[in-house]
Design a protein. Structure first.
Length: 405
């Protein structure tokens, strides 16, 4: 077979933010297609941290944050979860002084430093013609900055929360939903054996898709999402009702980590913030479990109902990708290469109206609080009286019940 040959150009790939299953299949597909089309492929390690940490004084062979990718390397690793290029939550235009790379400390001395010009210089040093960042809205929002700086960029959306604007699907979301359903069903045996409430906290800072969709799939009786504050007495009454209607006398609720009570605020496990200003969430699930137990006698003839409380956390983003997160990353990667071969940049590949497409990278926008603008449409998909998905009037909606807005 004769392979197509093009003017020798170089593509760089990086992954940023939280790891999800499906990243390695995307890296594999980009690399194999690009090499067959005559490109050189460089993997940049640790996301934006790697981009700003490259030292252009050193030869490529001595760099710690970049590696030349080849077919043999990515074929094996492409079957695994996580990202073999590693990741970080670095915000390259707001780098704390302590995190400025050692070879740059003499030039940057502010409490927070914009290292964008270093990033551009380093990408030029590597001879990068196209950059393919794979990440969520935090990672890709900085890709927009580099696009404005003249770096040719094609973005690929990923996040287990499913909330990157501009696309109906993000790499990692299907595996997250699949794992959540599997783990919830496994924990039913504990809840049923002791006739308890089962309260499971799942990821979802600003959007409740990762609690809503598993509930659609039968994982839980109720789900609590960030988009609508919960009345704890109302939830307790519903959970008691579900338990009484269950022959095994237990009931299940999924709680997004970003959920909150009526009149209350989000619960944080730490006041420290990451590079993008996000405090670490965690604890609302345990708190709701405690409140359910406290209030249960009011709705259960004066008798307590105990709780099985579990934070699913990293279990739903670990391990190998499911079928959808093996297929979509491959398709996204090849769509990205199609755009590059046409000389197109400044785009994010996406699924739009159920079909593969691309959209301006500017779609990765945030609201005035720096949060994703893509959230559950409560009026359409969430029953605020029953704290569960609304299944009516879905004709013509996306398969995963996610809008691209």
């Amino acid at each position: 077979m004769i392979l197509k040959k093009h003017t020798a150009k170089t593509i760089a790939i990086l992954t940023g933010g939280g790891d999800v299953p499906g990243l390695n299949p995307a890296i594999r597909a980009i690399t194999i297609r690009a090499i067959r089309e005559g490109f050189k492929v460089i993997g940049i390690k640790n996301g934006w941290k790697g981009v700003i940490s490259i030292n252009p004084v050193l030869p490529f062979e001595e760099q710690d944050y970049c590696i030349t990718l080849n077919d043999h390397m990515v074929n094996r690793l492409g079957r695994t979860g996580g990202t073999f290029l590693h990741s970080s939550r670095t915000k390259a235009d707001k780098v704390p002084l302590k995190d400025v790379p050692s070879h740059l400390k003499g030039f940057y001395k502010e409490e927070y430093n914009d290292l964008t010009q270093e990033a551009v210089k380093n990408l030029n040093y590597l001879g990068i013609d196209y950059l393919i960042p794979i990440g969520g809205d935090d990672t890709l929002s900085y890709a927009v900055r580099l696009h404005h700086e003249g770096i040719k960029t094609i973005a690929i959306p990923k996040t287990m929360d499913g909330d990157v604007p501009g696309t109906e699907y993000c790499i990692g979301f299907s595996t997250c939903v699949t794992r959540t359903i599997e783990l919830t069903h496994a924990l039913r045996t504990c809840a049923g054996s002791h006739e308890r409430f089962l309260v499971l906290e799942v990821f979802g800072r600003n959007a409740g898709f990762s609690a809503l969709l598993p509930t659609v799939g039968g994982a839980a009786d109720r789900c609590i999402i960030p988009e609508y504050k919960v009345n704890i007495e109302q939830l307790t009454a519903l959970m008691v009702e579900d338990r009484n209607n269950n022959p095994s006398r237990y009931s299940v609720v999924l709680v997004s980590e970003g959920a909150s009570y009526e009149g209350g605020n989000i619960i944080y496990s730490s006041q420290e913030t990451d590079a993008f200003g996000h405090k670490k969430l965690g604890g609302i699930g345990e708190d709701i479990g405690n409140q359910l137990k406290r209030l249960s006698p009011k709705f259960n003839n004066g008798k307590d109902i105990n709780v099985v409380n579990q934070k699913l956390g990293y279990l739903v983003r670990s391990g190998e990708p499911d079928a959808l997160d093996s297929i979509v990353p491959t398709a996204y990667a090849n769509l990205a290469m199609d755009l590059i071969l046409k000389g197109i940049s400044g785009q994010m590949v996406c699924i739009k109206d159920g079909k593969y497409d691309h959209i301006s990278i500017e779609a990765v926008k945030k609201d005035e609080k720096g949060e994703s603008t893509k959230k559950v449409n409560v009026n359409k998909f969430y029953d605020i009286n029953r704290y569960r998905p609304n299944y009516t009037n879905i004709l013509g909606d996306p398969m995963m019940i996610l809008t691209r807005d």
